[in-house]
Design a protein around this ligand. Structure first.
Ligand code: NAD
Length: 482
């Protein structure tokens, strides 16, 4: 079995202990990775600091960094099919979704590549004889801790912004999904000064925790669950290291009776079955106007039952869950749903012919739960939609805001006034009106209200995560005096 090495201080390195990486579609291991040791992580951080402070990196011009990132985007597109296969192998995604993720990665490198020489400071008027400049400098060594659900997209979005602004980057990929990051690092390693790009693998509780608690790093971008985000923030706080946290969600789709029905049905369906519901911004709660509930749900159930499910390589509508842990968690939650609510469709695991050990479950709709039920409040991270009804706009807003999360919200109505009013009252970082996801939205700031996170990624605003401000005041006088 191939062993995927780490990239530390410009070398391909193996750790002490091997971790098997499984293909979710088959339940079989396909590669191994290393659990990085503390000494190896220290070495990576030392190397990254050396590289960041080097004259070689300082002299790498912003437009050259940008050109490099745009070239990477081109390389990714040229190898899109191969990279999509790797992503599908690691995550179990249907190939069509994996291809979309690879294209999104290319777009991130292109977008931030184009921005690299446009990150500008400003001058402030003080008085005659004083020039005051605000300069945006890179923060230094940036750590990127990545989850397993969209590995290539999530790694690319922060790594592209960090390199564009001139930082040294250390990636800690999720233990389940190293392959696409390895390909990306292979390409960058050959073109960047030694130590500017490094890739560490290993368990979160070991490698991730040690990295987060290190005193010699300068920013952490963490994408993952709320409990881990809290640990990372606590560890970083000890060293006053800033964090950007992109955490979980329990996002609502709010459907009014006057919605375009076809659009709303399709939007609600895709928002929960994409990536088998293993999406931070999954539309996990349907909030539906009471008078419209029965006809809408009847059609939605029919659509759910048409969803085809199979291995990533079969490229159907939905793939498997990531691994045994996810599978056990989701199947036990489905049992809870059957006991405490009313399962309208799904609610069971599936056997897929030819893939007997894959982790498949049916897309599920659960009605009749109490609004405070854990299935209604907590992120499930599987293809499970919970349904609640409202009579008034105020009730819809209260339900939308009822959880501890606030990542995104969908609003489906043909009434412009209702749409704007609800959007203004919903506590979420992104609001979609009569769409869900805006086709990926590389350019749109993304991040959470409440426990869904701190800070924003994507868009030009994310460049600020990777820069810090220096204010320089210069006194000048008339030559020879006046
Ligand atoms: P996770 O929190 O278990 O792990 C995320 C990463 O953190 C992994 O690389 C893991 O190895 C590492 N990690 C684990 N324990 C750690 C520790 N103590 N210290 C430092 N690092 C540690 O999350 P997951 O299961 O990989 O991903 C699913 C979660 O991610 C969901 O909650 C989902 O909503 C969230 N997510 C959020 C976004 C977003 O942009 N807001 C995007 C994707 C996923």
């Amino acid at each position: 079995m191939e062993h995927i090495p780490m990239c530390i201080d410009g070398e391909w390195i193996f750790g002490e202990k091997d971790i098997h990486v499984y293909n979710p579609s088959t339940g079989k291991p396909h590669v191994t990775i290393s659990n990085a040791t503390i000494e190896q992580i220290d070495q990576a951080i030392e190397s990254a600091n050396r590289a960041f402070d080097s004259e070689e990196w300082r002299k790498f011009k912003p437009f050259e960094r940008g050109q490099l990132l745009v070239e990477l985007a081109q390389f990714i597109r040229t190898h899109a099919e191969q990279w999509a296969q790797l992503e599908s192998l690691d995550v179990g995604k249907p190939m069509t979704q994996a291809r979309a993720d690879i294209e999104a990665a290319a777009r991130y490198f292109e977008f931030y590549g184009g921005a690299a020489d446009k990150v500008m400071g400003e001058t402030i008027p003080i008085e005659d004889g004083m020039l005051n400049a605000v300069v945006l400098e890179p923060v230094g060594v940036t750590v990127h801790i990545v989850p397993w659900n969209y590995p290539i997209q999530i790694t690319s979005r922060s790594v592209a912004a960090a390199i564009a602004t001139g930082n040294a980057v250390i990636i800690k990929s999720a233990e389940d999904t190293p392959l696409s990051t390895h390909e990306m690092v292979k390409w960058l390693k050959e073109r960047l000064p030694k130590g500017i790009i490094q890739h560490i693998t290993g368990y979160g509780r070991d490698a991730g925790a040690y990295l987060s608690s290190h005193h010699d790093i300068h920013h952490i971008t963490f994408t993952g669950s709320v409990p881990t985000g809290i640990s990372v923030m606590q560890a970083a706080a000890q060293n006053v290291v800033p964090v950007t946290l992109e955490l979980g969600g329990k996002s609502p789709n709010i459907v009014f009776q006057d919605a375009d029905e076809e659009q709303a049905l399709e939007g609600v369906l895709r928002a929960i079955v994409q990536n088998a519901g293993q999406t931070c911004s999954a539309g996990a709660r349907l909030l539906i106007e009471r008078s419209y509930k029965e006809p809408f749900l009847a059609k939605l159930v029919t659509l759910f039952e048409k969803i085809t499910i199979g291995a990533g390589e079969q490229d159907l509508d939905m793939g498997p869950l990531l691994n045994e842990t996810q599978y056990k968690k989701i199947t036990s939650l489905l049992e809870m749903a059957a006991k405490d609510g009313h399962v309208l469709t799904g609610g069971k695991s599936l056997h897929i012919e030819g893939y007997p050990e894959g982790y498949y479950v049916a897309p599920t709709i659960v009605d009749g739960l109490d609004v405070s039920h854990p299935l209604a409040m907590e992120e499930i991270f599987g293809p499970v939609l919970t349904v609640f009804t409202f009579d008034t706009v105020q009730e819809a807003i209260a339900l939308a805001n009822a959880t501890a999360y606030g990542l995104v919200a969908g609003i489906w109505t043909s009434n412009v006034n209702t749409a704007h009013y609800v959007a203004s009252r919903v506590k979420a970082g992104q609001v979609f009106i009569n769409n869900y996801g805006a086709a990926g939205g590389i350019q749109m700031p993304f991040g959470g209200y409440k426990k869904s996170g701190i800070g924003r990624e994507k868009g030009l605003v994310a460049l600020r995560n990777y820069t810090q401000m220096k204010n320089i005041a210069i006194r000048y006088t008339a030559p020879g005096g006046d």
